[in-house]
Design a protein around this ligand. Sequence first.
Ligand code: TRP
Ligand code: SF4
Length: 400
Amino acid sequence: MFADRVLSGMRPTGSLHLGHYHGVLKNWVQMQHEYECLFFVADWHALTTHYDTPQVIEQSVWDMVVDWLAAGVDPAHATLFIQSRVPEHAELHLLLSMITPLGWLERVPTYKDQQEKLSEKDLSTYGFLGYPLLQSADILIYRATQVPVGEDQVPHIEFTREIARRFNHIYGREPGFEEKAEAAVKKLGSKKARLYNELRTRFQEQGDDAALESAKSLLDEQQSLSHGDRERLFGYLEGGGKMILSEPRAMLTAASKMPGLDGQKMSKSYDNTITLREDEASVTKKIRTMPTDPARIRRTDPGTPEKCPVWPLHQVYSSEDVKQWVQKGCTTAGIGCIECKQPVIDAVLEEQRPMRERAQQYLDDPALVRNIIADGCEKARELARETMRDVREAMGLSYS
Ligand code: TRP
Ligand code: SF4
């Protein structure tokens, strides 16, 4: 019923590094040309775990937006905004909390996992328990159809789908729904009405999913239906009431295989990162001083690339020719380690150069970034307000 709309958020809890670039941002940059995209800074989500160090969040918010822009996220193609500047998210979170069983929240796997992982923090808070529900509000308020996330976030999307279903089930019924739906069917015209009824019966009586899909695309093609009738016909198809909130799908982004400076996955908690816009001297130094195959003590000792943390970086950055040169040179002690690292240094610097360039104008004129976000927040709010009108009405809150 709704056109494809992609939404994703990122928590501002520190600088972004090349792992974020390869794992998330490159994907965003590509999607902005294929879908309507909304990307936001999840500052309230950051507060659920960093409530005692808000300075970290404050500092990271703008840096992170500059990082996005540096990576090529383009405000002409995607709407960029900050969660806390769209207070409607909080209202929807509150309203959804009325119908959210505590057990559902307690059973989300990230709840106990994160509490254990971040055991130095007291995460037995109301806000942290509600983390997945706030995320649901983020998604449902834009009626997003796809949410690009990593594997770890899939349970949150599943949870969101369940919340949407529960909401539609409880509030989707309007007085006289059946009659209104029947009337809407007639408006399709006799031929399409017959087809709709036939497909609906096939789905409801035989569970024929293909029939459901055909009926949905039939409705997608009907330009002249009113919004209300369209919702009724979608709801009527699946036997429920009116569909007010739509269920999103997770769009799984392949886990970043970006190796860090020590051979483990690049991650702030391993202290093995290169930040997105790190200066050239520092990048060069970090790679030059990376550990190598411990068996290569002297320059004349042959080594094994598979036992060296530099090798995975060649896998990301080097051509077949260079990789062969490494294999041969390393195993025969034909090249030194500094020599071997140079193509990686060059490739990382080259990858970062356009990012540093793009970032420069925003660093020179921070008002540019403020304006991009102000525009994005305004656009996002408009969409959010529309959904909230429907939600309030469905929950009986639109007194006049
Ligand atoms: N929980 C997400 C993460 O840690 C961030 C996030 C918050 C999010 N709200 C969202 C992602 C909505 C996608 C959609 O990565
Ligand atoms: Fe590692 Fe390259 Fe040195 Fe071999 S030559 S040990 S692959 S850095």
